[in-house]
Design a protein around this ligand. Structure first.
Ligand code: FAD
Length: 649
């Protein structure tokens, strides 16, 4: 369902005028918490409005953070002083780096998280953040003011209306309502309004957005049943231990709160032909699956997997929900069959023969807003100072939501203080790729982050997120603390010094082979090789080099993180030089800004086909680079746009 209705801006609400804040955030999920804390760190008086304080930081689905591509987002959020990575390091119960077989540029930092502890720590953090106030309430409507002379035809958000009819005024508003906009829960043939199990849905706000003319679509997702731990026969299943040592998410964490030996294992089991039979026999009892609304492609329900890939078995990971939790989360078994059929299905799986379901799986369908209606700072094109972040922009996942939240919170605050927007480009971070994909291409199914979406993978690594974002965050937004800035500065200078010293240590290959026999150095090579060249070999690490060349390398071998990062820099040295040239080309395109208020449908001075005009009109790209990524925008159209931009400058 797509709709576009005329702009409705005149509203009148009775009652006394309410309090005034710089920034109001609606929703205390993963986007909302990051947005609220970021706006407050940037110096704005911020109000977080959410249905229930006790669900702030709630993980609606899987008790885990990170993974392939998502781990990069976690590091980047952390580099901007975001909350989720630090809090995960205080509540993680099973750390594992995914993609280890591949290079460190695409490692996926991931951890199972203690659901209860994460929520508790997040609430502590949010409730004690200076300049941040939290209020438990539902927001029913937006307050809007007439277009001004600078922006004819564009109204401005000036506050919100709460469920009791009272008003709160704000300079900027960030909407992060997740799956709650006209949320409907579905189990079997039953359907009822709710944003999440046990939570009300948001109908008033959804109506307002549609009336304002926002293009709204519908998506769906689902979650598996939760199983009683003591009803599972773990003894016959494959046990998987966490990594030792654990790799923390946060640059500020020396170590995570639990030693690897105290962390909990996960177990692996599989579906079978009986599972497939149960799904096929009962598919008529399942409205959620029959609906044509699109669900997450990469995290499908067991019903979708059976229908799409018949005669296959599928992995089921049994993941702990917390240190003292009696629940197990069966990852891979998201389902919306009636509860009695869910029980039949679960108990037909090896190890789960006697499993007891504590909470059945369910599906949720919800409104999302076409993300081409927002700019790269996440402000809407249609309403000034109104920002959207998180699942309402068509994404799925805590990390994607948190990444947008921090950018929206920063920009909502910068807007209040009249400062230029903070935009992360595709050449600077996974956050940039995520937002650029959403704002230029839009999405018709729940969008999740992957390393394959990123062009400059060798440069945008989890280990160097601080050098990419912390300094910009500190100097341009104020959202980064002095402590983090100092730490990143120290690491940057140590890395630069370390690389320079390693480059300066030059010996013949014969001598290298004698010093480090493990290194596969070819002794025929006549020209000298540097220690940085030797460090590139998989078999060599900094500790080995420091042992044979204590002066001057010992000081670089005292910190494990520095040693790891020097090794990674050495591994990618040549690829980085090559990639830098490509990055510079893209940056030149990104620097060519298209006029913000260009009316592509009517403009005469540039030759564009009607189809191209319509595509540019709906995506409203901010730069030539973004325009060139819109499917269907021809190279000829880009050349014409380029000429136009140059003549209008
Ligand atoms: P949410 O975390 O949903 O937070 C929204 C917040 O807004 C809530 O606190 C709510 O109370 C508040 N709110 C809403 N409306 C109002 C209002 N009018 N006034 C005040 N407060 C309001 N992701 C995956 O990656 N994999 C999965 O398998 C997966 N399965 C999921 C299954 C289910 C059933 C659900 C609900 C979500 C699932 N997700 C999954 C998605 C993941 O939970 C979200 O992407 C993520 O939580 C989105 O964060 P958010 O901040 O945008 O929204």
């Amino acid at each position: 369902r797509l709709s576009k209705q005329p702009l409705a801006i005149s509203r009148s609400y009775g009652g006394p005028a309410g309090p005034h804040y710089d920034v109001v955030i609606i929703g205390g999920g993963h986007a909302g918490t990051e947005a609220a804390a970021a706006a407050a760190r940037c110096g704005s008086r911020t109000l977080l409005l959410t249905h229930r304080v006790d669900t702030i930081g709630q993980m609606s689905c899987n008790p885990s953070f990170g993974g392939i591509g998502k781990g990069h987002l976690m590091r980047e959020i952390d580099a901007l002083d975001g909350l989720c990575s630090r809090i995960c390091d205080q509540s993680g119960i099973h750390y594992k780096v995914l993609n280890r077989r591949k290079g460190p540029a695409v490692w996926g930092l991931r951890a199972q998280i203690d659901r209860k502890l994460y929520k508790q720590k997040m609430q502590e953090e949010i409730l004690t953040t200076p300049l941040l106030t939290v209020k438990e309430t539902a927001v029913e409507d937006l307050l809007l003011t007439e277009p001004d002379s600078d922006h004819p035809g564009k109204c401005r958000v000036s506050g919100v209306v709460l469920e009791d009819g009272s008003r709160v005024y704000a300079e900027s508003v960030v909407l992060t309502t997740g799956t709650f906009l006209r949320g409907m829960i579905l189990i079997g043939l039953e359907a009822y309004p709710a944003g999440r199990l046990g939570d009300q849905s948001s109908i008033g706000l959804a109506q307002t957005l549609e009336n304002l003319g926002f293009v709204v679509g519908r998506l769906k997702t689902g979650t598996p049943p939760r199983i009683a731990k003591d009803s599972i026969n773990f003894s016959i299943l494959n046990k998987h231990m966490p990594d030792n040592p654990s790799v923390p998410f946060s640059f500020l964490s020396e170590a995570v709160w639990l030693r690897p030996e105290d962390q909990l294992p996960c177990y692996l089991t599989h579906t079978n032909s009986r599972v497939e039979q149960i799904v096929n026999e009962n598919i008529h009892l399942n409205t959620h699956v029959k609906e044509t609304t699109k669900g997450p492609r990469y995290c499908p329900s067991i019903e979708s997997k059976v229908l799409r890939f018949p005669n296959r078995i599928h992995q089921v990971w049994l993941e702990p929900e917390g240190m003292d939790s009696d629940l197990i989360y069966p990852q891979g078994l998201s389902m919306t069959l009636p509860p009695n059929i869910q029980e039949q299905l679960i108990t037909s799986i090896r190890g789960l023969e006697k499993a007891k379901i504590v909470q059945p799986g369910y599906g949720v369908q919800y409104d999302y807003l076409d993300p081409r209606q927002i700019t790269p700072s996440l402000e809407t094109h249609l309403v000034q100072r109104l920002f959207f972040a998180g699942q309402i922009n068509g994404t799925t996942g805590y990390e994607e939501a948190a990444a947008q939240g921090i950018i929206a919170g920063i920009n909502a605050s910068l807007r209040v203080h009249g400062k230029p927007p903070f935009v992360v480009s595709r050449t600077e971070g996974y956050i940039g790729v995520l937002i650029d994909d959403l704002t230029t291409l839009g999405t018709s199914e729940p969008y999740r982050m992957f390393t394959s979406r990123v062009e400059f993978r060798v440069s945008l690594r989890p280990d160097n997120a601080d050098s990419r974002l912390t300094f910009r965050g500190y100097s341009e937004t104020g959202c980064v603390s002095q402590q983090r800035y100092n730490r990143a500065s120290l690491m940057k200078s140590s890395l630069e010094e370390g690389i320079a010293v390693l480059k300066s240590l030059q010996f013949s290959s014969y001598k290298w082979k004698k010093m480090i026999p493990e290194a596969p150095v070819s002794t025929i090579k006549s020209e000298p090789q540097s220690a940085l060249d030797i460090l590139k070999y998989e078999e060599v690490d900094m500790a080995m080099l420091a042992k044979v060349l204590p002066e001057p390398l010992t000081k670089f071998a005292e910190c494990q993180e520095l040693m790891n990062r020097l090794k990674i820099e050495a591994t990618y040295e040549l690829s980085l030089i090559l990639q830098q040239k490509e990055i510079e080309e893209v940056r030149r395109d990104e620097a060519l800004q298209l006029p913000k208020d260009l009316d592509y449908l009517t403009i005469r001075d540039v030759s564009l086909s009607q189809e191209v005009r319509e595509k540019l009109h709906s995506s409203r790209p901010q730069t030539i680079g973004a325009a060139s990524r819109i499917p269907g925008i021809t190279p000829a159209a880009i050349v014409n746009l380029l000429r136009f931009v140059k003549t209008t400058k």
